[in-house]
Design a protein. Structure first.
Length: 182
């Protein structure tokens, strides 16, 4: 039988999965669970303890990308250099996007990352030129990159989603579609 990590009964301490920032889980077995809430999909993860102001990338901010640091422990980071493949000197980390942080999260705490939803604000290093552009991870920050990958063009990196509207102030509105891991 196939394994699944989707759950219908997840405890959300704040009542809103976009605002969870807790030091411990209600039930330890919930780590890694994926769930749907109001037409959006989330996964429960732990933020790496190194996501602090001193690391160069800084603390986790709302709308930053989450990268997998350890898939077996459901550990994520906002520091692309610490992501799987980040130390290789290549852009391998750009294929390790786990989701989108919906709020500022304390290093070492547990949160829900968004993996699927429509019209989601995502921090972006560029302003998308056109509706429908593919969105991938930036090669310089814990943000998305939205320019130059037009409709009909194959992406060489993991696709985060498609731009919904032209953005401003380094925030793109994206139809996010990132697969979760079991």
């Amino acid at each position: 039988m196939p394994n699944t990590n989707r759950s219908l009964g997840v405890y959300i301490p704040t009542g809103d999965p976009d605002t969870v920032n807790v030091s411990s889980l209600y039930a330890g077995g919930e780590l890694g669970l994926a769930f749907d809430h109001n037409d959006r999909s989330y996964q429960i993860v732990q933020v790496d303890s190194g996501c602090v102001a001193a690391n160069g990338v800084g603390v986790v901010a709302a709308n930053d990308l989450a990268f997998w640091k350890d898939k077996d422990r459901y550990l994520v980071t906002n520091d692309f250099r610490q992501a799987i493949g980040g130390s290789l000197g290549t852009e391998a980390y750009r294929n390790q996007v786990a989701g989108v942080f919906r709020n500022a999260v304390t290093a070492g705490y547990y949160t829900n990352i968004l993996q699927r939803g429509d019209n989601i604000p995502v921090a972006c290093t560029t302003t998308p030129d056109a509706v429908g552009e593919l969105v991938v991870a930036s090669n310089t920050a814990s943000q998305a990159y939205c320019a130059g990958i037009n409709v009909g063009t194959a992406s060489t990196h993991q696709i985060i989603g498609t731009c919904r509207v032209a953005a401003s102030d380094n925030v793109a509105y994206v139809d996010v579609d990132i697969p979760n891991i079991p």
